[in-house]
Design a protein around this ligand. Structure first.
Ligand code: F6P
Length: 358
């Protein structure tokens, strides 16, 4: 048996642990393991694979990033391609990927990735590739999966950062707006916001009103609290506004960000208070994974190999109700997991007086 491992999309803490577990579990069964270098884009180069052995994955459980490398612009169905006139476009080169897999006799692919990678996997399955998916993203937005690898570390980092920003907000009597990642889902903002005792948490699932935040700030002022901590998900939007984006380059997804500045300006204008913004950005993705992320990544990686052993292909290994399960990759294509407004976490936020902007 020969397997290939790919890490696609943005990196996340725990990727290396998943690579290590999948590699060791495969080697233990006497299989050959190939890592795809820098995402599917390398399939068209002379050396698309790294041969993996126990040495390749030695000591990497605690390392951030991915030893294989990754690429946002690695979608084989929309690969960036330079035209003769020097301009860029995208091209469907998926047949070439299928051919390379055949040439190397790859029996199955372990696709470690987020929703974008699972959408690609879904299409590759239809072209005859045997795939087992491993859910990775700090955004925690993969449908059918209670938790994705990388999320726990991201919320730990965001919580610690917001804690630190709170002490300086209080000293200076300022409004502080902290923008966290998460794309179109509010998991990071909600979890880190509640854990760090933020006063206002704004998530994409609840379009916010400036009036409601202004009211919260004024209520705090009246109670002698002359600072307010506002945590905003990058994909959040005002009730009459749009998601703020920085645009997109060829073959890449839209880059979100900039909402924190808009909110700070508007609230300073309304309240006369000084404001500052902090965009946590890639801090949330870098560095060593938490203990939870190491474990869940190792469990996902090893579980993927058990799937391959049973020829139970085209499944995503997921955690549901604290149990490892498998769901068909094609069944989650085009879907995402949003924060449920009925969840007890949202209820908890309301119960402890966090303003959700509605
Ligand atoms: O999907 C993970 C994520 O970190 C998002 O939260 C964020 O919007 C995006 O990736 C940032 O991507 P990039 O690294 O391309 O800026």
């Amino acid at each position: 048996m020969k397997i290939a491992i790919n890490t696609g999309g943005g990196d996340a803490p725990g990727l290396n642990a998943a690579i290590r577990a999948a590699t060791l579990a495969a080697l233990k069964r006497g299989w050959e393991v190939y890592g795809i270098k820098n995402g599917y884009g390398s399939i068209y180069t002379d050396e698309p694979f790294i041969k993996m052995d126990a040495e390749t994955v030695h000591g990497i459980t605690m390392q951030g990033g991915t030893i294989l490398g990754t690429a946002n612009r690695g979608n084989p169905f929309e690969m960036p391609h330079q035209k003769e006139d020097g301009t860029w476009t995208t091209k469907d080169v998926s047949d070439r990927l299928v051919k390379t897999f055949k040439e190397y006799d790859i029996d199955a692919l372990i696709a470690i990735g987020g929703d974008g990678s699972m959408n690609i996997a879904s299409k590759l399955i239809k072209k005859g590739i045997n795939i087992v998916g491993v859910p990775k993203t700090i955004d925690n937005d993969i449908y059918g999966c209670d938790v994705t690898l990388g999320f726990d570390t991201a919320i730990d980092i965001a919580t610690e950062a917001i804690d630190r920003i709170t002490t300086t907000a209080e000293s200076h009597h300022r409004l502080m707006v902290v923008e966290v990642m998460g794309r179109y889902a509010g998991w990071i903002a909600l979890y880190a916001g509640i854990a760090s005792s933020a006063d206002v948490v704004l998530i994409p699932e609840i379009p916010f009103s400036y009036d409601s935040i202004e009211e919260k700030i004024k209520e705090r002022e009246a109670n002698g609290r002359h600072y307010t901590m506002i945590v905003v998900a990058e994909g959040a939007k005002a009730q009459d506004g749009e998601v703020v984006t920085k645009g997109k380059s060829v073959g890449q997804q839209v880059q979100l960000g900039g909402i924190a500045d808009r909110i700070a300006d508007e609230l300073s204008e309304r309240t006369g208070k000084e404001s500052r913004t902090v965009v946590l950005g890639h801090l949330q993705r870098g560095g060593s994974p938490s203990t939870y992320d190491r474990l869940i990544s190792l469990r996902f990686g090893a579980a993927a190999i058990r799937c391959v052993q049973e020829h139970d292909y085209n499944k995503l290994v997921v955690l549901q109700d604290n149990q490892l399960k498998r769901v068909p990759i094609t069944s989650i294509e085009g879907k995402m997991k949003s924060v449920s407004l009925d969840s007890d976490t949202v209820q908890t936020a309301r119960d402890i007086g966090v303003c959700l902007g509605d």
